[in-house]
Design a protein around this ligand. Sequence first.
Ligand code: PA5
Length: 515
Amino acid sequence: MPAKHKKKHLQDIGLDISSFGKNKTSLRQMSQDKKHHHLTTNEKFIKENTIKLDITYILSSTGDKPFISKTELDDIAPTIIQKHNQLKNSEGDCLDGGIPMLGWLNLPDEITAEKLDDIVSASQELSDNIDVFISLGIGGSYLGIEATFKALTHTFFNQLSRRERGNVPQIYFLGQNTDPDFFRDTLDMLQGKRVGINVISKSGTTTETAIAFRILRDLIEKWAGNRSTEYIYVTTDRVRGALRKLAQQKGYKTFEIPDNVGGRFSVLSDVGLVSLAVAGIDIHEFTAGFQHMKKLLIKDEFWTNPAMIHAAIRHLAYKKGKKIEVVATNSTATYHLARWMQQLFPESEGHNGYGMWVSPSLYSENLHANGQMIQDGERNILETFIRLINHDNILKIPSDPEDLDGLNYLSDKNQDMNFINRLVIDGPAYAHFQGGVPNMIIDIPRRNAFNIGQFYYMMEMSVALSGYLAGHNPFIQPGVEAYKKAMFALAGKPGNENDNKIIIESITNLAHIVI
Ligand code: PA5
């Protein structure tokens, strides 16, 4: 065969990646039918899947004394235990509209297996009849769902076949911004597809979500006519709000957001569970993760309670001038947990001039962007690592007889990419500590729903304690209302005429400087 012809033939075939074996993330998705939550009562499984907090680089010292000493933690422990008791007894500054916003504390034990089964059935009903599912929401009605979905699924989920996705539809998110190009690009993905949506809004009036819903509702009604209600799920307040009213009028299937659970604490309610079940996530295992962490945190024993220790360290670090928390991870899958924290902490802590700015980072990518600043810039940073211990896949580094890139020192010792990817936490943790950035590491053993559930409950408890320690209500966000008020006034929303006049006048009176 002429050489030219042979070459063309090889190009036609393209790359062969079969030597890498099956992608374990896809295999997990494809085995979604055979749910694994029975494992969550198995002692060995629990032992191997309990997240841990490593505070070595907080308590150790580079000079004469550690950044935070054990004595300082011992000293603050009784106060934290007292705040914990206040939370458990529904005391303290926790009211929103007269309701104690502490429902999230007991959600793990209140959700029954039957309730989860019902959510799975309802999700299946929708999932079986659609090609694409869109979860609509913003803030607490969005971030936890996307973070869990990303943590547990293939990076290119929507490009996989339905079988590879675990026989579930493609998943998109809308309503988290009002970027018309992003919206339009997402619409391109829907052409000719059967689309189902879950619109999630506790208040039912959130502009971003409401606009997205209006556009999609219109499209679905034009496509499915009088059967459009089969494709629209609504998750909102039990009785109140525009969305509840609309759902009642149109006859949509509805799910409820408990009165006493705020948006950013709601991922374990219908807010998160319905969309996650559509995506094929094992919501029983997810709930078991919350339950497991709740058991660990319920005790008033400071040194065995990772949420108390986490909250104490953040509080003391803030008092010592650490105003920024870089939350860095070594996994694109768990990066979205850091984004979830970026809402949970600042929205709960940013009151009355208090609060630490949370900056999510993916290492080592970001080390080549802001790593210099962390190592050597202003010493106002605390770092929290989310270290994924076991990735789904192991990637070998091939040997190369020429070794021009000098990497054979790894392949000769059979070291894989996973080995290096653990060091992108271990290396910076040591170097940053030496450079005056105290840090703690949250170890996530592997990508499963049990671990993600634990992580959320631990962080929810930590931020609640943090708000109580700072002396403010961590369950409200009055500051968010200010931007809404200005936006509604500028948009001419009826009912805002007075604000509109004041705001327009105030803007007009500014000395406008545009260069
Ligand atoms: O945590 C919160 O309470 C907020 O981030 C809300 O979740 C967000 O503003 C969305 O609100 P709603 O669900 O009412 O549309």
